[in-house]
Design a protein around this ligand. Sequence first.
Ligand code: HEM
Ligand SMILES: *[C@@H]1O[C@H](CO)[C@@H](O)[C@H](O)[C@H]1NC(C)=O
Ligand SMILES: *[C@@H]1O[C@H](CO)[C@@H](O)[C@H](O)[C@H]1NC(C)=O
Ligand SMILES: *[C@@H]1O[C@H](CO)[C@@H](O)[C@H](O)[C@H]1NC(C)=O
Ligand SMILES: *[C@@H]1O[C@H](CO)[C@@H](O)[C@H](O)[C@H]1NC(C)=O
Ligand SMILES: *[C@@H]1O[C@H](CO)[C@@H](O)[C@H](O)[C@H]1NC(C)=O
Length: 294
Amino acid sequence: MKSISLIALCCVMVVFGGLPFTSNAQLDPLFYVKTCPQLHTIVQDIIRNVTRQDPRMPASLIRLHFHDCFVQGCDASVLLNNTATIESEQEAAPNINSLRGFNVVNRIKLAVDNACPNLVSCADILTLAAEKSSVMTGGPSWPVPLGRRDSLTANRALANKSLPAPFFSLTQLKSAFAAQGLNTVDLVTLSGAHTFGKARCRFITDRLYNFNNTGQPDPTLNTAYLQQLQIQCPQNGSGDVRVAFDPITPGRLDKQFYNNLQVKKGLLQSDQELFSTPDADTISLVNTLHEINY
Ligand code: HEM
Ligand SMILES: *[C@@H]1O[C@H](CO)[C@@H](O)[C@H](O)[C@H]1NC(C)=O
Ligand SMILES: *[C@@H]1O[C@H](CO)[C@@H](O)[C@H](O)[C@H]1NC(C)=O
Ligand SMILES: *[C@@H]1O[C@H](CO)[C@@H](O)[C@H](O)[C@H]1NC(C)=O
Ligand SMILES: *[C@@H]1O[C@H](CO)[C@@H](O)[C@H](O)[C@H]1NC(C)=O
Ligand SMILES: *[C@@H]1O[C@H](CO)[C@@H](O)[C@H](O)[C@H]1NC(C)=O
């Protein structure tokens, strides 16, 4: 169990550390230790304060980091606004009306620049914010490699193309992750972030009422859970209503996600695929990750 837990944690670190994403830089958790010793405290304090008013914010910040990293690496390209030469990633299909936390990142950047002028990159702030958000909600901690440079360009078309969609099959999920240098263990580990935060009804109405044009709900959806979700997301209701990924511990980065999959209570099709795809190699990973300690 110990080694498996280490493997799982390493995967989290690898992704959040940005290692598989192309970069020539030498990253180091101690990169700012002399030049900005207050960095960790500043990031942590602001997120903690914001989370008191907005318990969903740690989930939103972790997702922001994921959506940054899947598009030309963990380079803060997701933060860039529209200009004459930039088409912002914020308006890409997977991001529009969905990503949140930009104001929090701006607040952190201002406070960090106040303490250590013009030193810490936004890419490092996003990466650190993800780790602090994890620890603050009961998830793992990891040494965050630092020293990233911020991108001067964004790529909306690449965001459209690279980010996985909630109706992806397991094969499609694996290839979206493989395109980032991430393997199947990474896929199942990182999908565990769908244990907190919220998703809009629009992404599950087909599962609830007309899965794959069958006129029936998704057969891999637990019937009691199906009924709860049908109440929250009525057939012709607004697709913009939001439901919790994990009704049991909605604000905790715990292992409940894996337990939910085992009882057919994955919210998105792409979540449940990990456990309900016949003979998939991800089934045993779900069972293992449900057991690990970190
Ligand atoms: C495996 C493929 C994935 C798919 C298809 C996917 C898809 C989605 C979708 C559709 C939503 C809801 C968006 C909305 O309603 O506006 C969402 C939310 C979320 N995703 Fe994923 N996601 C995936 C992987 C990940 C990964 C790797 C992470 C982080 C490690 C992550 C973290 C989150 C979080 C925390 C939320 C909730 C955000 C909030 O409440 O603001 N997801 N995801
Ligand atoms: C957090 O909130 C406390 C109490 O409201 C305040 O004293 C502190 O300055 C805030 N810290 C940050 C970093 O916003
Ligand atoms: C993007 O625009 C917002 C709103 O005007 C602003 O607060 C933010 O600083 C801008 N971000 C960048 C990276 O220029
Ligand atoms: C991204 O996808 C959206 C929705 O499919 C589409 O309207 C938009 O044109 C795409 N943008 C780019 C730059 O590919
Ligand atoms: C959806 O329907 C198509 C055609 O009937 C079938 O080939 C496919 O396997 C179905 N997909 C799922 C996820 O059930
Ligand atoms: C939803 O709309 C469809 C198409 O307009 C209609 O056939 C159906 O009866 C409606 N369902 C409910 C529950 O209102």
